[in-house]
Structures are given as C-alpha cells and as structure tokens.
Design a protein around this ligand. Structure first.
Ligand code: ZN
Ligand code: ZN
Ligand code: ZN
Length: 369
C-alpha cells in the first residue's frame, strides 16, 4: 500500500517536473510511509528523489519508533553531533525543483536553502494533496470506522444518556470527549457544545454557560481513530442538533430547511460534479427559503489524516469529484443573538453514488433532561 502511494507520488513528480520531494512534520509523511514525525526541533525528513530510493532522515534516538518498510524507504539515523540538513542536502543531489511540505519548520527550510541555493521551491500539497484527497480502500475503511465510533456517541447523546439541562456546555463537551475516547478514538480533536444564542456562532467551542430547558443545543465533535495500533489515525467529524423540550414553530421551520439542504448536498455529491456545484445545490435550498444571509460558511471540507484538507466544498473550487473523495456536508443557519443550527455528515463519493458515513438520526432530537 505504501509502495503504491510512493509510486503515485513519483508519477506526479514526473508530470510536474519535481526532482525531489521533502516531507517532514504533517500528514504527508504518515500517508506516504505510515510514520508520523515528532513535532520537535530535531529534524525528521523523508527525502524522495524522483529516480532514486527514498530515505528517512531521523534523529538516531527516534529510529526505534519507525516501522521499517525496506521496500519503500531506507533509514538514515543522524547523531547529535551531525548536521541533519547536510545529510538531507546530500541525499537531494543537485535538484532543479524541490517540493516541500507546508508544515515543515521554517528554520529547516531556511537552512536547506543555504545548502541548495539554486533550487526552485514548490509546495508539496501540489503533489500529494490531490493523491491524499482521493482515499483508497484502506483509508475509506478507516474513515468508516472513525465515523461509526462518533455515531455511537451521537446515538448516546440523542438517546438522552448524556444529561444537558442544568449542566454547563463545558461539562457536556468533556463528557462527549470521554465517550469519543471510550468508543475507540485515540484522541479528541474538538467537542463543540453551543446552547441557545451560542449556537449562532459556528466556531463557538464550549463555555461555562449553563444549558437550560427550552433551548437549542448544537453538538459538533470528532477525533482521530486508528484501525490498528501503530497505523496513522483518520478523523471523524459530525454535528447533530438537540432541543431541551418542545421547540417553537420558528425553530422547527428553520431546522426543516437545514435538514433538506443537508440531504440535498449529500445527494448532489456524485462523481463528476464540481465541488462548487455541491455547495451551490446545498446553498440553494437555504437561499430559496430566505435564510441565505444566515449561511455564512462553505458547505464542507475534505477529511482524512487531517480534519480539514482537500477537497473543500466551496464556491470557486471547480475540482470535479472522483471516486474516493471524502468530505463533510455541513450547512448551517445562524441567527445572531437568538439561535443557530448545523447538520454534518462525512460523505465519500463512490461509483455507486454518495456514501454518507454517519448514520445517527438526522432529525432534531428532543431531550427531556
Ligand atoms: Zn471548521
Ligand atoms: Zn464538525
Ligand atoms: Zn466539519
């Protein structure tokens, strides 16, 4: 699997005229070789020359963490007294064009530029981004497992197992986080709980505000999930809406529009459709119902090793969906000072049509406690 990914990235290097790819901190490294660099000042960098074997340059003391894959790359541990930048520069040869990851520490790039003064630098997202956006079978299975784990928490929430009334948003957020871990996530990336007027702020996190009876509660949560020990984790991300008691007609009306918009967005996410057309289809439902001004963000984002990555489901993104593209469909309607709602699933474009990974009830769920 990793050998195939390296083959694909080399094909992209050939197409784009890139001589060497340099991958350090960030998601490209686990994608390509199954190893995640420690985000520390000591340099870890995979050197992938277009026509030669790949080498992982890594601090000697971290070599033991690496699962060796001799068919994919060799390992070059560097000693504390060595300059790892010189080691990398040496492995690069004399490249004309080098591609480097966005998350690479600037100090490492600056030092490399000193060793390789005449190189033309590019962003590796141009090479690896389109590959990472199209999930292979193993990645779809990993996203499915992550979504199922998040779904189990959503079902607990919707079933009233997690009390809301009288607790603070933070307390509920903590409980969602504990349950995400209990359902198998290796860590929690976020657990947004927004009650009442806080639900009108899309990136509100959770506060000391107490949740009362008779108000809306927005829960948007996700984490990182590994299907097997040592395998890189894939992300979950979902949003469901609750009401503590009987919702007023005006909120029901808003929610019905949102529900239809989200379902329309999922149905529109077919192979051959441009990402921006999925956004347009979703948005049209909300605009036609008169809430256009209250839908203040894009329809969705790609998801995989990172919770936000290509492809973005947004106006201006003409990328055409292909089998394996995975992304969120998460329209929202936000009425400042009053309330708001968002509904989110992770969806994969497949030959058989859009596959929504999240199955938990999409309706507005009324809870009594
Ligand atoms: Zn976001
Ligand atoms: Zn979310
Ligand atoms: Zn999301």
């Amino acid at each position: 699997m990793y050998a195939q990914r390296l083959d694909r990235v080399r094909a992209a290097m050939n197409e784009q005229g890139v001589d060497v790819l340099l991958v350090s901190v960030g998601a490209d490294l686990p994608y390509l070789i199954g190893y995640e660099a420690m985000p520390l000042p000591r340099l870890t960098m995979l050197v992938v020359p277009r026509d030669a074997e790949a080498t992982l340059v890594i601090p000697r003391l971290e070599v033991a963490r690496v699962i060796e894959r001799p068919d994919c790359f060799s390992i070059r541990g560097w000693e504390e007294t060595e300059d790892p930048i010189a080691v990398v520069a040496d492995l690069c040869g004399r490249p004309g064009v080098a591609s480097i990851g966005d998350q690479t520490w600037a100090r490492h790039l600056v030092d490399l530029m000193g060793f390789l003064p005449s190189v033309q630098w590019r962003r590796s997202v141009e090479l690896v981004g389109p590959l990472r956006a199209k999930k292979d079978a193993a990645e779809i299975a990993a996203l499915q497992a992550a979504a199922a784990a998040a779904d189990r928490v959503a079902v607990q929430l919707q079933g009233g197992e997690i009390p809301l009334i009288g607790r603070t948003e933070s307390e509920v957020s903590d409980e969602l986080s504990r349950r995400l871990l209990a359902e198998g996530h290796s860590h929690v990336n976020f657990a947004i709980v927004a009650a009442g007027e806080n639900a009108a702020s899309p990136h509100h996190h959770a506060s000391e505000r107490v949740i009362r009876a008779g108000e809306v509660v927005l829960c948007d949560f996700g984490g990182t999930y590994s299907v097997a020990e040592g395998e890189p984790g894939y992300c979950s991300d979902m949003t469901r809406m609750l009401y503590t008691g009987e919702p007023p007609a005006a909120f029901r009306e808003l929610y019905d529009v949102l529900f239809e918009a989200q379902a329309t967005g999922v149905a529109a996410a077919t192979i051959g459709t441009a990402a921006q057309d999925v956004d347009r289809a979703t948005r049209k439902v909300i605009v036609d119902a008169g809430y256009g001004e209250q839908f203040i963000h894009r329809t969705g984002h790609g998801i995989g090793l990172f919770e936000h990555e290509d492809p973005y489901i947004v106006e201006g993104n003409a990328v055409v969906l292909e089998a394996g593209h995975a992304f969120s469909i998460e329209p929202g309607i936000y009425v400042e000072g009053r309330w708001g709602a968002r509904l989110e699933d992770i969806v994969v474009a497949t030959e058989d049509g859009p596959l929504a990974l999240n199955k938990a009830d999409h309706n507005l769920v009324i809870v009594e406690r």
